[in-house]
Design a protein around this ligand. Structure first.
Ligand code: GDP
Length: 527
């Protein structure tokens, strides 16, 4: 591949993830995106929460629950783009992986249930996107139902998420009276055709709100609709590409994923507006996606995909250059060159051996325990990518061993599991307890399962009175020392030896922050 071809190929890449609250329609819209990308022939064959996908039922825990514990990557072509969609575990499988996946994308699609508006999980995921000002495109779903007043919804997005909302299209009716959507920019009416959810939808349109066809379609509602559009144009933000790219504005589309309506329009614009692979920060400098040496970082480690081999797959986001089968790359943290002949890639959820992959793509490296989250691989200079943090857990359990002789095995297991990002471990300064922390409930089950299965450790996981964790830092070492003494009862070291404040309640955390203005209480910690 010539350099020019490489640049062209990279500029076609769009790497994104979906952020949404459970049940807003992420799975459904994913199916339609894959259908539009022709990656699957009939919508409905994406792994569901209730029936595990053939390639992901690698763990009996997963099978028992009928959910997918870990996220996968889907790549599909769309028009002249190559789209990488990183799955963000939702429901019970919500975990730190969900957050970390967002550090590996260049943009995100936010799906909102139109009847419910902005929900809790969406707020959390938006906060993670905000760490990097990730561009967000909005899709208000379930227009085939009676959704809330669209103007209210836009107001709520702005107020709750702190981002400007620019409607791109506007619903013509809703629920049983849904006629279509009107694109405010192209002056086109797209007509809703019920019953085309599982096939490529027809694209019936009327050009011009002023046209006779539009008047005929809207009938006696025509004048009201024109007034509404005038109001919307006057009261809402106009889409601005720069504001979108800097994470300050989200364009908003209305549609129904189930009805496969409005999804194509959104995707058409999305692949145009969303950024190509972006530069990434390292400890020493920014790395541009178009640089020719290969570089990338690990954002997720997935264990036991193949129970026969107990292998772990490290998901690596390529940040520059190109991976080619058999190439030698440097694992910078341990200073070792490794020849990679069996990296895997993910096409519509299937694992296949990868011959070649580029900036923006995700490859899976076989990991035999040497790779950790946040690790950098490169063929060029020594680099260490930043911006792949630990996130403050919100759930905690105290571990009690059933057999005290197993302490060594427990510590080894927990260390390995925390390096993989399955859990975080905290050792209180004032006791010999071990506390595990997680972002989602299922992480505990995974930890318990794997400690038993792989490390032969039986333990009891007791609830413990902790609201959240904050990593502690201060510019003034004296203040830090003072804090360390005064707050010792609530301080721990995490798995990496970093000082952490485990707050029993939200009120306590606020009080401590007020009382100790010189102490930094961080919600994330870099690897
Ligand atoms: P997820 O939890 O975000 O992945 O949500 P799903 O895609 O599984 O959708 C949750 C439920 O909402 C399912 O019963 C879907 O069939 C339904 N659903 C998704 N999109 C729509 C839509 O556009 N209209 C309606 N009426 N239901 C939808």
């Amino acid at each position: 591949m010539t350099d020019q071809n490489l640049l062209n190929e990279i500029s076609r890449r769009r790497t994104f993830a979906i952020i949404s609250h459970p049940d807003a329609g992420k799975t459904t819209i994913t199916e339609k995106l894959l259908l539009l990308g022709s990656a699957i022939q009939v919508a409905g064959s994406v792994k569901g929460k209730r029936g595990p996908h053939a390639t992901s039922d690698w763990m009996s825990l997963e099978q028992e629950r009928g959910i997918s514990v870990t996220s996968s990557v889907m790549q599909f072509p769309y028009r002249d783009r190559v789209v990488n969609l990183l799955d963000t575990p939702g429901h019970e499988d919500f975990s730190e992986d969900t957050y970390r996946t967002l550090t590996a994308v260049d943009s995100a699609l936010m799906v909102i249930d139109g009847a419910k508006g902005v929900e809790d999980r969406t707020i959390k995921l938006m906060n993670v996107c905000r760490l990097r000002d990730t561009p967000i495109i909005g899709f208000v779903n379930k227009l085939d139902r009676d959704i809330r007043d669209p103007i209210d919804l836009l107001d709520e997005i702005e107020a709750v998420l702190g981002i400007e909302a620019a409607p791109v299209n506007w619903p013509i009716g809703m629920g049983g009276f849904l006629k279509g959507v009107y694109n405010l920019y192209t002056d086109t009416l797209h007509l809703f055709q019920p019953g085309s959810g599982s096939s490529l939808p027809p694209d019936e349109r009327i050009q011009g709100l002023e046209s006779d066809e539009a008047k005929a379609l809207l009938g006696e509602d025509y004048d009201d609709f024109c007034d509404e559009i005038e109001l919307v144009r006057g009261a809402s933000h106009v889409f601005d590409l720069e504001a979108f790219l800097s994470g300050k504005m989200t364009p908003v589309f209305f549609g129904t994923a189930l009805g496969n309506f409005g999804v194509r329009e959104m995707l058409d614009n999305f692949v145009e507006w969303a950024p190509q692979p972006l530069p990434r920060p390292t400890q020493s400098r920014q790395v541009d996606a178009t640089e020719s040496p290969f570089s990338g970082f690990v954002f997720k480690i997935q264990a036991n995909m193949d129970p026969k081999h107990r292998d772990r797959i490290a998901f690596l986001r390529i940040c520059s250059g190109r991976y080619e089968k058999g190439m030698k790359i440097r694992h910078t943290r341990i200073g070792k060159d490794v020849k990679i002949a069996d990296a895997v890639t993910f096409k519509a959820g299937e694992r296949v051996l990868v011959e070649q992959a580029l900036s923006g793509d995700i490859i899976g490296l076989h990991n035999h325990g040497t790779i950790q989250i946040g690790d950098t691989f490169t063929t060029g200079e020594e680099l260490q990518f930043t911006g792949i943090p630990h996130f403050a857990p919100e759930l905690f359990r105290l571990i009690r061993l059933k057999d005290p002789m197993k302490m060594k095995a427990l510590q080894k297991g927990l260390q390995q599991l925390s390096e993989e990002g399955s859990t975080q471990v905290f050792s209180p300064l004032s006791s010999t307890d071990l506390i595990v922390g997680a972002v989602g409930q299922l992480q505990f089950d995974v930890v318990a399962y794997r400690l038993r299965d792989e490390y032969k450790v039986e333990a009891i996981y007791e609830p413990v009175n902790i609201y959240t964790a904050r990593w502690i830092d201060a510019e003034d070492p004296k203040k830090l020392e003072e804090f360390r003494k005064k707050a010792a009862d609530n301080l721990s070291e995490d798995g990496g030896g970093f000082l952490t404040y485990l707050a029993p309640t939200r009120v306590n955390l606020t009080l401590m922050q007020e009382r100790w203005p010189d102490i930094l209480f961080r919600e994330t910690r870099e690897h």
